[in-house]
Design a protein around this ligand. Sequence first.
Ligand code: FAD
Length: 405
Amino acid sequence: MTGRLVIVGAGQAGFALAAKLRALKDTRPITMIGLEDVFPYQRPPLSKKYLLGEMSFDRLTFRPDAWFAENDVEVRLSTFVEEIDRDKKTVRMQDGSVLEYENLALATGSTPRTLPASIGGDLEGVYTVRDKRDADRLAGEMKAGRRLLIIGGGYIGLEAAAVARHLGLEVTLIEMADRILARVAAKETADIMRGIHDAHGVVIREKTGLARLIGEDGKVRAAELSDGSVIDVDVVIVGIGVTPNDRLAQDCGLDVGNGIVVDEFARTSDPSIFAMGDCVTLPWQGGRIRLESVQNAVDQAESVAATLAGGTAPYEPKPWFWSDQYDVKLQIAGFNLGYEETLLRPGAREGAVSIWYFREGRLIAVDAVNDAKAYVSGKKMLETGKNPDKALLADPATDLKQLMA
Ligand code: FAD
């Protein structure tokens, strides 16, 4: 009989692995262990429609709870895996119980960075957004007229700003770097998104860090910024990035370095243990990257399922990402790492625009703002290796289909 697969982490990647194995008619015993008290669900709406109150939790879950028993996937919720014993091939839970595995898959995700308590990070009213519980607690604070400070101008911070303005809060967003989205997007994309937030009344202060949060009776009341100014605040959202949950792997001696080190089959340095999703560092064009996206979590997990079921194809990431802010849909295809040149292409409809990234003269990524056509065409060009003529691409009169031919 095929031995048990134990999946640590009942999130996007953990679920995708179990679901794909069953879709491939693989009948091995599967146990999925998750720290949260709910069955697996998608996180993106937590900083979008769910936080806004426009989407209920049952629309977030991937499958009805009954699906897991019906498909013979044992799920242990509210359970933390504390230790892996690679010699005995067992995992130990925090309640002391032990479970044997033949294969283990680590899908432990990542944890938002927090502010140190020494600068007020532990005050009441200071939030990060990673799971349902965070979003539920934060939603209770999102009341019209309250003053919200967002620390960090990445996607989660900007999405939360959009939700907060919609709900009538006063929003200030500070970003320590020269500009918002500095880590993930080009200046052109940042300029467009900043303009949209300006128009919606968000005060964005770039090159501005946080000196400290000031509390009263344990609750946040004000923030002193790096330029010495002090602003009154009622609520704070910290969106300053995440760190991979690789501790469990490190403690049992697996190779780890800013994420669990895996090969192109998502195998760790122990061949019986796989890892996938936000918690890994994976091979990419001769180097290593971490990808924090639904696309990567799902595709990497599905490739692990295929490998377990006897497949031999390596995982080749085809990155894509999206962000919803107000009525703006930003869609991203490719990975802009190391870009040297960008090109801005106005779209056919008002407000539609795309930014194309090139490295060594080759297209590597595209950001499309309210421009589904540019996104679909760019994605296709990246998949087929088609390099568009830049002069033609920059000309809005050029039909993108012509560039794909
Ligand atoms: P997760 O889905 O985080 O699952 C990991 C699970 O493992 C968690 O439930 C955790 O509690 C559990 N766990 C960890 N350690 C243990 C342990 N030792 N024992 C038991 N359980 C454990 N991506 C996009 O592509 N587009 C978006 O628009 C987008 N928006 C996002 C908005 C928010 C607010 C957040 C938080 C993320 C967003 N993402 C988005 C990122 C995307 O959700 C993640 O990349 C994806 O969830 C990663 O999947 P994962 O399975 O690796 O981790």
